[in-house]
Design a protein around this ligand. Structure first.
Ligand code: PRP
Ligand code: URA
Length: 209
């Protein structure tokens, strides 16, 4: 069974409250999503391997640590996942970025694929899928499936808000994928929106409706 990490850092929780606020406009919403994403990236990369090196300070040569060079890939689920990319790239500038385009059919609530473009060596990378919302889990499961179909073996899923139904769905379909989330909310409503959630993440990011 995969692990679920709820990241309750005070800065993340404070910014998430502002993100939830229906009076927060698109400009501020985008800035806040980027800032929270940066903080999430910090937490998600806690287990990156290090190796020993030597560095010469102005005082003397000393042993020190550097990242052991694990190849990373960031995979936003379009559209709303795009809002999290810059925050992740700020901390992980060498990561490659793949894109998975999915939208939820409003009638069936099933994810519909419209674009997939991934790094060619996706099977050699640790992949971090990013999407603000984990609702029914349909989009997350489809995205994870695309990556696994191309040979990916190390996958993490990162979101701002999840609900128990979505977490259970991902854990059932992909028990090897750990989930990193800023808040686990109460439930899904009849339209498969997360309660209390933040509304429609894509519309709030891009000012559409
Ligand atoms: C939202 C969100 C997730 C999906 C979550 O995208 O960004 O991708 O819904 O719902 P699920 O867990 O039930 O699949 P949406 O389908 O609204 O598309 P958009 O990002 O293009 O607006
Ligand atoms: N997608 C969203 O953007 N918000 C939700 O609450 C659920 C799915």
């Amino acid at each position: 069974m995969s692990k679920v990490f709820e990241m309750d850092h005070p800065l993340i929780q404070h910014k998430l409250t502002l993100i939830r606020d229906k009076n927060t406009g698109s400009k501020e919403f985008r800035e806040l999503v980027k800032e929270v994403s940066m903080l999430l990236a910090y937490e998600v990369t806690r287990d990156l391997p290090l190796e020993d090196t030597e560095v010469e300070t102005p005082i003397q040569v000393t042993k020190s640590k550097v990242l052991a060079g694990r190849k990373l890939g960031i995979v936003p689920i379009l559209r709303a996942g795009l809002g999290m990319v810059d925050g992740f790239l700020n901390l992980l500038p060498a990561a490659k970025v793949g894109h998975v385009g999915l939208y939820r059919d409003p009638e069936t609530l099933e994810p519909v694929e419209y674009y997939v473009k991934l790094p060619s060596d996706v099977n050699e990378r640790e992949l971090i899928i990013i999407d603000p919302m984990l609702a029914t889990g349909g989009s997350a499961n489809a995205a994870i499936g695309f990556l696994k179909d191309r040979g990916a073996e190390m996958i993490k899923f990162v979101c701002l808000i999840a609900c128990p139904e979505g977490i259970a769905a991902v854990q059932k379909a992909h028990p090897d994928v750990d989930i990193y989330v800023a808040s686990i909310d109460e439930k899904l409503n009849d339209h498969a929106y997360i309660v209390p959630g933040l509304g429609d993440a894509g519309d709030r990011l891009f000012g559409t409706k």
